[in-house]
Design a protein around this ligand. Sequence first.
Ligand SMILES: Cc1cc2nc3c(=O)[nH]c(=O)nc-3n(C[C@H](O)[C@H](O)[C@H](O)COP(=O)(O)OP(=O)(O)OC[C@H]3O[C@@H](n4cnc5c(N)ncnc54)[C@H](O)[C@@H]3O)c2cc1C
Ligand code: SF4
Ligand code: SF4
Ligand code: SF4
Length: 408
Amino acid sequence: MSGYLDSNDKTECFGCEACGQICPKKAITFKIDKEGFRYPEIDAKKCINCGLCRRVCPKAFMPSKNGNILAYGGYHKDLTIRKKSTSGGAFSAIVDSFCKKNYVIFGATTNKTEVYHTFITDKNKLDLFRKSKYSQSIIGDSYIKVREFLNSGKNVLFSGTPCQIAGLLNFLKGTNIDNLLTVEVICEGVPSPNYIEKMNNYYKEKYNSSIKSIDYRYKEINNKKSSKWDFQVMNIVLDNGKSIVKDRWFNPFWQIWLNHLMSRPSCYKCPFTTKERCADITLGDLWGVHLYCPELYANNSGCSLILCNTLKGKNVLKGAYSYLNGHVLDFDEALKYQSPLRKHIDYNKDRDKFIKDLSNDNIGYKELIKKWYKLPTLKLLYSKYIWGNRQKVFVWNLKNGGKDERND
Ligand SMILES: Cc1cc2nc3c(=O)[nH]c(=O)nc-3n(C[C@H](O)[C@H](O)[C@H](O)COP(=O)(O)OP(=O)(O)OC[C@H]3O[C@@H](n4cnc5c(N)ncnc54)[C@H](O)[C@@H]3O)c2cc1C
Ligand code: SF4
Ligand code: SF4
Ligand code: SF4
């Protein structure tokens, strides 16, 4: 099977960057295309045709997958950690279980609008990785560093998207990975970075200030125990201190991305959208929690779905039980609410038109939104804001006494 390096077909490149890191001649660099996504480019003058780049490409050679999954639903007992996390804070519990001594943790962090991978050797600095950054992170030389750390006897936890885990595993062929734990996020795609850039340009003009930070899953709406996890609230903070908070239904970013108008081309054919997984552990939101296990709703402050795909993953989860409130789930039930574990996203027929507008410097952010964003219908607003999930959970709690602390 060929991959992007031979076909030049953008749907065949996930942007995992394994090819660039394996190249012994540093002949591969990554170039940003018009849509804002990064692709490898080979410098023919430096290339010695060793073939290594083709051999690590997950499109051409998929690492082996596991299908013997243990599904667990739950949330971190510490409300502060839960609020600092995207879902239920499972990642923090997994880190605490795996990282006892001599460890290194890799994950995605952010500097203003740029998202990139780095590592920490002190888990007290985990805030750097907490919260999903909905943009493809730049891997840099992370895989090389993982290999160095493993070879020097460290316990390495690597977190990233499924295609990044696949790229890493292919890169590490021939390296002893007994001390490696791979943790992937459930992923239905990455949006074009051009969107945030255009929005940033608009803020620069309007407020004379640019984006300092983006919290895509903001939970500190109030200081109460409850939050708005399932509203996917986004908080953009500008350099001048201004904060712009919008929940999913009034946020053009969420609407446009979740309508699949601006995902990376490979995401429309993603081969990682199956229930067989490459990573040891898979983390996601426990969507549907209010319908099939409302005892884990946790006042809408976030709940995690944890899939353990290997024995290593299962043992690490066991060590994390003491940090979590939750219980084992029926995997098939959880699967119903997780389309990225069943199928890749559908190609939106307007995707190319939208991306063309997005990438056109003559079209400003305001104009773009006016053309492509649609206000939510009254029916939708009623179902989300008036009826919502809380009522269902409230009814369940009345009937069952709200028991929510099990670990089995
Ligand atoms: C691009 C993207 C798409 C996602 N899509 C879905 C989805 O469709 N359904 C679903 O249930 N869950 C999805 N998730 C996962 C979910 O948002 C949470 O990341 C996950 O549940 C972990 O949350 P947590 O509370 O356990 O921990 P947190 O502490 O919030 O963990 C964050 C973790 O995400 C990693 N991470 C953050 N941003 C990136 C990035 N840009 N690239 C790679 N890794 C990153 C960090 O390294 C860390 O491991 C997605 C995440 C990302 C990054
Ligand atoms: S064939 Fe070898 S030298 Fe050439 S780009 Fe690929 S890895 Fe680098
Ligand atoms: S190794 Fe990764 S970045 Fe390189 S061509 Fe394959 S998918 Fe793209
Ligand atoms: S949807 Fe698939 S190809 Fe796209 S970023 Fe996620 S794992 Fe990678």
